[in-house]
Design a protein around this ligand. Structure first.
Ligand code: IPE
Length: 244
């Protein structure tokens, strides 16, 4: 049974202070992971105030790239620093966490399609490790390097590893309806089209609407929840919004 868990960057970092960890929040999440009895777990974390701040400083996005090695040093370097903190918090609690840096394990073609070389992740799982990936830079045909978000990695991993469950932990307790209440279950985009924008609406923010569409396309069920949902999700419950 393979589980993919994404920890949003805004959950584990202080959003408004560049390169600052939210140690209490990361410790609480690491406690939940350590306390869970999950056989094949892959963790992916976002960039928060480590990734976005550095990417913006170099004008690098998921589409606009750079060939500057200083951009790679700053953006990838900051993400590796954050990754090492996540690993250390997990290791300290006995979780056999090991790093996977997408810059060395993924690429984008000229159309922007991502290929993640997941053999490495699968081999780590087979050896009993918990691979910990992160939003990062990837080499991109014709663009140099561009940003890859943790959400993109989760979707790719879920498909290629044939994951059984996917969990996305962010700062909101789930997908919210027009009244701000958590929607318990989404089985088609029409269930939330009014709250998130009509089915033809483009998602200019790259926010929840795009996330819901991508998660609906997965074969595995996904849950969207906040930090309080991590423990219940890993215990097999269905916190927040279930999307399947
Ligand atoms: C961003 O990853 C990575 C970089 C900007 C280098 P995410 O897009 O997954 O990060 P969060 O979860 O939104 O912070």
């Amino acid at each position: 049974m393979t589980t993919v868990l994404k920890l949003g960057g805004s959950v584990i970092t202080e959003k408004d202070s560049p390169e600052t960890l939210d140690d209490d929040a990361l410790s609480a999440v690491a406690d939940d992971v350590a306390g869970a009895d999950v056989s094949d777990l892959v963790v992916v974390h976002g960039g928060g105030s480590f990734g976005h701040h550095n990417a913006a400083a170099h004008g690098v996005t998921t589409e606009n790239g750079s060939h500057e090695t200083t951009a790679v040093a700053d953006i990838h370097g900051a993400m590796k620093t954050l990754n090492e903190s996540v690993l250390a918090h997990l290791r300290d609690r006995g979780v056999p966490a090991v790093p996977v840096h997408p810059l060395s394990a993924a690429r984008r073609d000229a159309e922007g399609a991502l290929t993640l070389f997941t053999e490495q992740v699968a081999a780590m799982l087979d050896e009993g490790f918990v691979p910990v990936l992160h939003g990062d830079l990837v080499v991109h045909d014709g663009e140099g390097v561009t940003v890859v978000s943790g959400d993109e990695l989760v979707v790719d991993l879920a498909d290629t590893l044939d994951a059984d469950r996917v969990g996305l932990c962010s700062t909101v307790p789930g997908v919210l309806d027009e009244d701000g209440a958590v929607v318990a279950r989404i089985e088609s985009y029409e269930d939330v089209a009014d709250a998130l924008g009509g089915s033809d609406a483009t998602d200019v923010t790259g926010g929840m609407a795009a996330k819901v569409r991508e998660l609906l396309a997965l074969s595995a069920p996904a849950n969207v929840f906040d930090a309080d949902g991590v423990g219940p999700f890993l215990a097999g419950e269905s916190p927040g919004t279930r999307i399947d």
